[in-house]
Design a protein. Structure first.
Length: 293
């Protein structure tokens, strides 16, 4: 069993990589969080115990993995880099033998659904998410109805701000709607580039997502996702114009907006989630009426 390098030392991590013929791959958005205090705060916010099941995306050499396993949780790590996957299997061989740790190797965007189908939805989700996949992995789980009791993610600061942006703000987007539909979202801390190695050129932010107990329902969740996305397709256009493009039918767009009590001249970012859910239900009913005629 190999021993992991000192996670607080960029020199030790670099030496480990060089000794083992490994290299950082920029395309995977790999950065190690060297700040031990921040690592502990992140896992404290995840609120786990020895009964918790956790997914971790992008464990790298396992600096956060070690902290999660220290709390006694059962952990599945998704890692795209073969060298890193091999290393953490060695580092946490004992936990693997205890059936508390496993690695799913490959692109998480292509592997998470199978893992979910096989072993079910975990209680917790954690990730220092590569900037190029952050919105995609969070959005795709929500769209597929996969909700975690609690998630803690570190993402590019601008992505985090979109997640909790209120309606009417410049940062409010389709992604904001998806996140706030499923979770209450609170910023945890900002992490400047100096907390990581290699040092990224942007600031990061950790946010805590807690599953909404009052998760607002709609008749057709998949339709809701499509409708709300269409309303942000062209931010400068009114909701009527965006819906007209979606339906290829100006009259239908006008009708459903009138039934939903929504001003056709407003823009999508002015609509609260409740407005969008109501509109989705009206659209669903209108489509059914047309099919019955």
């Amino acid at each position: 069993m190999k021993h992991h390098p000192d996670y607080n030392s960029s020199a030790e991590i670099k030496a480990y990589l060089e000794t083992n013929g490994m290299a950082m791959q920029k395309k995977f958005g790999q950065n190690f969080l060297l700040n031990e205090t921040a690592r502990i705060k992140l896992i404290d916010a995840l609120d786990i115990s020895d009964t918790s099941s956790v997914w971790e995306v992008g464990p790298g050499l396992g600096c956060m993995t070690a902290e999660i396993l220290k709390r006694g949780a059962k952990l599945t790590a998704f890692e795209i880099d073969h060298g890193f996957a091999s290393s953490i299997r060695d580092f946490f061989e004992k936990e693997s033998q205890e059936q508390r740790f496993s690695v799913v190797e490959g692109d998480v965007l292509k592997t998470w659904k199978k893992e979910c189908d096989t072993h079910g939805v975990p209680q917790r989700f954690f990730g220092n998410l590569p900037y190029n996949i952050a919105a995609t992995i969070i959005g795709s789980t929500i769209e597929n109805g996969i909700l975690f009791d609690k998630a803690v993610v570190t993402v590019q600061k601008e992505v985090a701000q979109r997640m909790y942006a209120p309606s009417g703000s410049d940062d409010y987007s389709s992604f904001s709607v998806l996140c706030q539909w499923a979770y209450t979202i609170k910023p945890l801390m900002t992490l400047t580039g100096g907390n990581f190695w290699p040092k990224p050129n942007v600031d990061s932010m950790a946010v805590v997502l807690t599953k909404r107990e009052d998760f607002p329902r709609c008749k057709n969740p998949l339709l809701f996702c499509k409708i709300q996305r269409s309303l942000f397709a062209s931010r400068r256009k009114t909701v009527k114009n965006n819906l007209t493009t979606y339906f290829s039918d100006s009259e239908l767009a006008q009708t459903v907006l009138q039934k939903a009590g929504i001003d056709p001249l407003v823009r999508g970012e002015k609509l609260a989630i409740e407005d969008l859910l109501r509109l989705s239900d009206v659209v669903d009913a209108s489509i059914l009426e047309r099919k019955e005629k």
